[in-house]
Design a protein around this ligand. Structure first.
Ligand code: NAD
Length: 461
């Protein structure tokens, strides 16, 4: 899309928002239902696009993309009337007589910028929040998944008019052009580096933002953990999507005593899941592009590979790989891995754990495998992180009643279910004051009223 067109499109969306059409709750609900129908109609096309983009299997395509989006839609369709209704709150006696409300107002024209790793879900799930809340939206999907991005553009065009919701395909330049304009809200999912660029651009216009970012997610295993089950659940969470998941365990911190047990169990689980030649498994995706393949292949150099380590540049294939005790300044420990490499580092005390985890910014997620209540409690309370799981991986993402988001460098704001609706909603406080009584104390002249106002504020405020 040429730059002039972007400007005109944003203008048309603003105009459409001003027309108040998107404020009708029944209209929003009708569109949510239409979107659901269109996605169901295109289910096979979505699988095909995901496969063409990075050989994602149908199962993962449903579990991590289509299924999540459909359940977000079902929830929004069933709850939209409740979520959008003005919420009555207890009035302050200082304002007596009044009734007080929180009105749920859409921000206006919003921008959603999505990454490539769950290209369908991470573009459409925020959109569900945006339209349920009554906004117009432009989605900029990732240029690295061109088949899925083109299909999303088709799906959206079949359901919405361009002035309500549209997809603008394109790369970094397109995103940069979009960011030159004023938005009423920006919802970004992607890397910390680009998140900082988004935050700076938004600051120009004082635009509120959600940033869903990444980081190095620790996965702690103590000596009381059920090692076999931990290995099974970690192998699943790490190698799903070939490790290209923002909440995948980035590295393992394990008590030395149980390390070799864990390594043996993890090897078995990898073979069980993907056979002895994962390259031939139809369930194992590829690395998204050459740049990321090379980045990951470099991380492997000079490391002690315990298992896997097979690579094929032509096929963008890297097998599930276990790495032993990398040093803190090795490339694999310097940045978020975002691929199928799993460093396993042993620790002997809680202080040592703190030393490693506190080397990094607050992670998006933290996992702890342990049967000890005091150890899990200490871990959860000591570290600052977006969210986590005790004795499993990734599964907190599946509960829409839990807010999903980071803290510090791993992000700002939340999404999922009602939290996604809230992200795109301005809560407008309204006090409806009655006229039948007008208590005089607040009006000047104030002479002789200070003692009285102190008492009133102490007891009623
Ligand atoms: P990315 O930041 O490179 O790209 C994300 C989006 O930003 C893309 O649409 C891209 O076109 C756009 N973009 C890239 N450079 C830009 C620039 N200079 N200015 C403006 N826009 C720009 O991220 P990615 O590689 O697509 O995704 C991987 C990252 O996303 C990882 O760090 C991962 O942890 C994170 N992530 C986070 C979540 C979450 O929910 N917190 C989910 C998925 C991925």
């Amino acid at each position: 899309m040429i730059l002039n067109d972007i400007e005109q499109l944003i203008e048309r969306q603003r105009h459409y928002f001003s027309s108040q059409h998107t404020k009708s709750v029944s209209y929003r609900k009708q569109l949510l239902k239409a979107l659901k129908k269109e996605i169901q109609k295109c289910e096979q096309d979505i699988y095909d696009a995901l496969y063409k983009d990075f050989k994602k299997s149908r199962f993962e395509g449903y579990l991590t993309e289509i299924g999540l989006v459909l359940s977000e839609l079902d929830l929004a369709i069933s709850r939209i009337e409740t979520w959008t209704k003005p919420q009555k709150v207890q009035a302050s006696l200082l304002n007596f007589p009044s009734s007080d409300y929180i009105y749920k107002n859409p921000y206006g024209t919003v921008l959603i910028i999505a990454p490539w790793n769950y290209p369908f879900q991470l573009a459409i799930a925020p959109l569900i929040g945006a339209i349920t809340a009554g906004n117009t939206a432009i989605i900029k999907p990732s240029e690295l998944t061109p088949h899925t991005s083109a299909l999303m553009a088709k799906i959206i065009a079949a359901v919405f008019t361009e002035e309500h919701v549209t997809v603008i395909e394109g790369g970094v330049e397109t995103a940069q052009e979009l960011l030159r304009h004023r938005w009423d809200y920006i919802f970004f999912t992607g890397s910390v580096k680009v998140g900082k660029i988004i935050a700076k651009s938004a600051a120009e216009f004082m635009t509120p933002i959600t940033l869903e970012l990444g980081g190095k997610t620790p996965c702690i295993i103590d000596e009381t953990a059920n090692i076999a089950l931990a290995a099974k659940r970690i192998v699943w969470g790490k190698f799903l999507n070939a490790g290209q998941t923002c909440i995948a365990p980035d590295y393992i911190l394990i008590k030395e005593k149980v390390k070799s047990d864990f390594i043996e169990c993890a090897k078995k689980e990898i073979e069980k899941a993907y056979s002895s030649v994962p390259k031939n498994s139809k369930d194992y995706p590829r690395i998204i592009n050459t740049r990321n393949f090379e980045r990951l292949a470099n991380m492997l150099q000079n490391e002690t590979v315990l298992f896997g380590g097979d690579i094929d540049a032509q096929d963008l294939y890297i097998s599930p790989t276990l790495i032993e005790n990398p040093s803190a300044d090795s490339p694999v420990m310097k940045e978020e891995i975002f691929g199928p490499l799993l460093p396993i580092i042993s620790y002997s005390s809680f202080e040592e754990l703190q030393g490693v985890i506190n080397n990094y910014e607050h992670p998006l997620t933290l996992y702890v495998f342990s049967k000890s209540k005091s150890f899990t409690k200490q871990t959860i309370e000591t570290f600052s992180f977006g969210g986590g799981v005790i004795n499993d991986t990734l599964v907190h993402y599946g509960n829409k009643k839990l807010p999903f988001g980071g803290v510090g460098e791993s992000g700002i704001g939340n999404c999922h279910g009602k939290y996604g609706f809230d992200a795109f909603t301005h809560e407008k406080s309204i006090v409806k004051k009655a006229n039948w009584l007008d208590i005089p104390i607040r009006y000047a002249p104030y002479e002789g009223k200070l003692g009285m106002i102190k008492k009133v504020m102490k007891y009623l405020g």
